[in-house]
Design a binder for this molecule. Structure first.
Ligand SMILES: Nc1nc2c(ncn2[C@@H]2O[C@H](COP(=O)(O)OP(=O)(O)O)[C@@H](O)[C@H]2O)c(=O)[nH]1
Ligand SMILES: [Mg+2]
Length: 326
């Protein structure tokens, strides 16, 4: 039996006049084209990206195997994006996936100040995972709202100290006590994660402009960038029904292709469902979160290794100059 669900739809296929239908097994979009109604499935038969569902334990092992090895104490991950995109929820959700139980530590942080979020190893008072997160104030439209893009650039270079309260009107100045003039490798950002809601198709032009500035700075600094689509469950009823449909979803594919157009490699664009109302973990949701975390860690590791080689080469260069001048 077909029943019709009326819903405001954020689905690119559905930009035409459409409503969702379900035959209790699958969801369809009803498209009205001229005098013709057609039913279009919201998912492809074959997934356009392969996920090894049920591989959670292996992912946990791989993540736990990472140890700092190029002079860094930890990898620093800077999460930015519009307000409400799910930045704090992502940090909580990743922590929940690592702990295999719900955790809400990042939510306690108000992200209008720069704070480093450490994830303690389960059952440890001082041992933390070798990756840290900074969750920063939302990028918002207009000059007077949200984080100043210059502050994100300063944070990427490691100049922003914890406790700095962002001011949308002006960036951190060099004479502030929160300005770090000599950042170490641990103060610098090693991975930049752009968080966007897959359920919010329209982004203000000025926010896109701010994101572009930030991306270009990261590119100039060589910092790897990952784009993460959140709220995927809200963006497509087939994903809501079963998270394993994430890479069968047509709207998800359209979203990913849109993000690719802004210059992030396709394999660095991924979807996650953050925990929001749940009280218990779900193995498939954890799998997506851990894939994202693994990707963040491996990209950060590559960047740190490259930096390490650069430093070693320039040191060698300095040494040989000294020897020549002797
Ligand atoms: N259904 C769903 N809700 C989410 C998801 N991610 C975040 N949320 C909810 O969206 C709201 C904003 O998330 P938050 O993490 O505070 O966004 P932030 O401003 O970017 O830090 C909260 O109510 C979250 O519970 C998601 O993937 N799915
Ligand atoms: Mg937040």
């Amino acid at each position: 039996m077909l029943c019709v669900i009326y819903e405001p739809v954020c689905n690119h296929i559905l930009l035409l006049q459409t409503v969702f239908c379900t035959n209790s097994e699958d969801f369809y979009a009803v498209m009205y084209l001229g005098n013709d109604f057609s039913l279009i499935s919201l998912v492809f038969d074959v997934p356009w990206r392969k996920i090894d569902w049920g591989n959670k334990e292996e992912l946990l092992k791989m993540i736990n195997r990472y140890t700092p090895r190029h002079g860094e104490e930890h990898l620093r991950v800077l999460v930015y994006g519009p307000v409400g995109a799910g930045k704090s929820s992502f940090i909580n959700s990743v922590t929940s996936a690592l702990y295999e139980r719900m955790s809400n530590e990042a939510a306690a942080n108000t992200s209008d100040s720069y704070e480093t979020h450490y994830i303690f190893k389960e059952d440890s008072l001082d041992d933390t995972y070798p990756f840290v997160f900074n969750d920063i104030m939302g990028l918002e439209g207009g000059e007077k709202q949200g984080i100043h893009p210059e502050d994100i650039k300063l944070a990427m270079k490691g100049h922003v100290r914890d406790g700095y309260k962002f001011n949308p009107m002006s960036p951190l100045s060099e004479d502030s006590k929160h300005y770090n003039p000599n950042p170490t490798i641990d103060d610098q950002v090693h991975v930049l994660v752009l968080m966007l809601s897959a359920n919010c198709p329209e982004i203000d032009h000025s926010v896109i402009q701010k994101m572009k500035e930030v991306r270009e700075t990261a590119r100039d600094l060589g910092i790897p960038q990952i784009a993460m689509g959140t709220h995927v469950d809200k963006a497509c009823p087939e994903i809501m029904k079963d998270i394993k449909n994430i890479y069968r979803s047509k709207s998800m594919k359209t979203n990913v292709e849109f993000s690719k157009a802004v210059g992030i490699p396709l394999n660095c664009i991924m979807g996650v469902k953050n925990y929001s109302e749940e009280t218990d973990n779900d193995a498939d949701v954890d799998t997506l979160l851990l894939i994202a975390l693994k990707h963040i860690v491996t990209n950060g590791l590559d960047f740190v290794r490259k930096q390490h080689h650069k430093r070693a080469h320039s040191l060698e260069g300095e040494m040989s100059k000294l020897n020549v001048n002797k």
